[in-house]
Design a protein around this ligand. Structure first.
Ligand SMILES: Nc1ncnc2c1ncn2[C@@H]1O[C@H](COP(=O)(O)OP(=O)(O)OP(=O)(O)O)[C@@H](O)[C@H]1O
Ligand SMILES: [Mg+2]
Length: 462
């Protein structure tokens, strides 16, 4: 999953040879390595993207490794920093650890010792994130900025969102329709240092390409027919804050090229104007399309994809986090019954069972809609299978049995009747027609006596 795949290490070292050796050593161990030749360069790199571990020299021209450590701890307390020094002294070591360094290694570097340090750092990191998740679970804290979850994968995503939000990095949220991409975008903004600034949303599908371009970049008077005055675009409105580009997979090649320029040069040009305007903005993008595949087919620019993918968050479909279903049900039930002023307080076990095996092509949005619909059709305090739409039963044996019912007994097809409700009615009719004799009713229905008995019990018909 995106950034969780490989740990990122930043090497800060003024000696180019040591920098190269460390880069080689770390790359071989499958870390994603970046390097900086000074502490100032390191801070620039860190402002752009998060790392998991910094391996920094202590004495460098300009800012020292210890000063760098102080800066970083103020910014992202989760970053681990290991200091390296040729002039090891107990005083330095103590100072470094007190300032929050994870460890200290002497030069010339003993690579076996470095290897052990790396093991410990990343093992600790893994345990810590597991602990955090475990704690949340014990405390039942499963709501994160409006998102409900208990699955390991989602909880990890929550803690990643928390970290990523601190950085001005471009974020790319992918996942099937209805998996919560919009909520993630909002959380990223609300947790960021820019939270007081605007979050401007643009849905890239709703407008024709040329209109979208002027919506995003603005235009000057006379740029095209109908442009009777200058107009500010969304990028300018969002200046100093974040812009959420929803459905980014729908961008035309022309707008893709312009967006790349915004990311690379931090400037825009209004349509029809040669003048570049500086833009300081955080871009959060989302799509339910497979951008990887679109890059393959040439529909999406590879360079833009890599720029966006720096902060990648992939939301799993609901069928891959079925353990979240019960929790989501409780949450939606409480929320909707309040809103619809219905006294429905429970979802019956058979319904939950169906929910746990259903494939949820529309993901959480579909679950929400299904519960809302059930609340509307339910009469009592409990949601029963008969309150679900038919697609839930299309593959079930119940449906096959129903299909075998003689047409003479079938009800007039009613659009909104669920199969279960229809079945119950048909059993009642058959019993009536058979003068209450169950054997006869079973024969009329084309069911075995046992099956009929089971259904009578299920529907509470006596
Ligand atoms: N983890 C969650 N907990 C509670 N509600 C959620 C969760 N995830 C999504 N939802 C709700 O599900 C609905 C769909 O979410 P959202 O609009 O964010 O999906 P999306 O990924 O943007 O979908 P699309 O690709 O169709 O735009 C919203 O009503 C949202 O509030
Ligand atoms: Mg959306």
């Amino acid at each position: 999953m995106g950034l969780h795949d490989r740990y990122r290490v930043l090497v800060v070292e003024d000696d180019p040879d040591i920098r190269r050796i460390l880069q080689l050593f770390l790359s071989e161990r499958d870390f994603a390595v970046t390097t900086a030749e000074s502490a100032t360069a390191a801070l620039d790199a860190l402002a752009a993207a998060p790392v998991d571990l910094i391996l920094s020299d202590v004495r460098m021209p300009g800012m020292s490794g210890i000063e760098l450590l102080h800066h970083i701890k103020g910014q992202d307390p989760d970053v681990q920093l290991v200091l390296m020094t040729a002039y090891s002294s107990v005083k330095d070591a103590v100072e470094a650890i007190q300032a929050g360094a994870t460890d200290y290694i002497e030069k010339p570097i003993d690579f076996r010792r470095l290897e052990r340090i790396l093991d410990v750092v990343f093992e600790r990191r893994r345990l810590r994130s597991e602990n955090k998740i475990l704690q949340q679970r014990l405390q039942g804290q499963v709501e994160f900025h409006g998102m409900i979850a208990r699955s390991q994968e989602m909880l990890e995503i929550f803690s990643f969102i928390e970290r990523l939000a601190r950085y001005p990095t471009t974020a790319l949220i992918t996942g099937e329709s209805g998996t919560g991409k919009e909520l993630v975008a909002r959380a990223l903004h609300d947790l960021s240092p820019l939270r007081e600034r605007p979050l401007v949303t643009c849905n890239c599908t709703t407008l024709a390409p040329t209109l979208l371009e002027s919506e995003l970049f603005g235009h000057v008077r006379g740029a095209f027919t109908g442009a009777d005055r200058d107009r500010k675009g969304l990028f300018e409105s969002a200046h100093g804050g974040s812009i959420f580009l929803d459905e980014i997979g729908e961008l035309s090649p022309a707008v893709q090229a312009k967006l790349l320029r915004v990311i690379e040069n931090r400037e825009i040009k209004r349509v029809g104007s040669p003048e570049a305007i500086r833009i300081d903005i955080r871009i959060i993008a989302a799509t339910n399309r497979d951008l990887d595949a679109m890059v393959e087919t040439g529909e999406f620019r590879e360079d833009l994809y890599y720029r966006l993918n720096v902060g990648a968050i992939t939301l799993p479909p609901l069928r891959r986090r079925i353990e979240d279903v019960d929790l989501l049900c409780d949450h939606f039930l409480a929320r909707l019954s309040r809103r619809l002023q219905k006294d429905v307080s429970e979802i019956s076990e058979p319904v939950l069972q169906v929910f746990r095996t259903y494939s949820w092509p529309g993901n959480i949005r579909e679950l929400l809609n299904v519960i809302e619909r059930a609340l509307i059709v339910a009469h009592g305090p409990v949601i029963l299978p008969e309150h679900l739409p038919v697609q839930f039963f299309s593959a079930a044996p119940e449906a096959a049995a129903l299909a075998a019912i003689p047409a003479s007994l079938a009800l007039a097809p009613d659009f909104d009747l669920t199969i279960q409700a229809a079945e119950r009615d048909q059993i009642r009719k058959a019993l009536e027609a058979a003068g209450g004799k169950r054997m006869e009713a079973a024969r009329l229905l084309g069911l075995s006596r046992r099956t009929l008995y089971r259904k009578l019990e299920k529907y509470g018909i006596s």
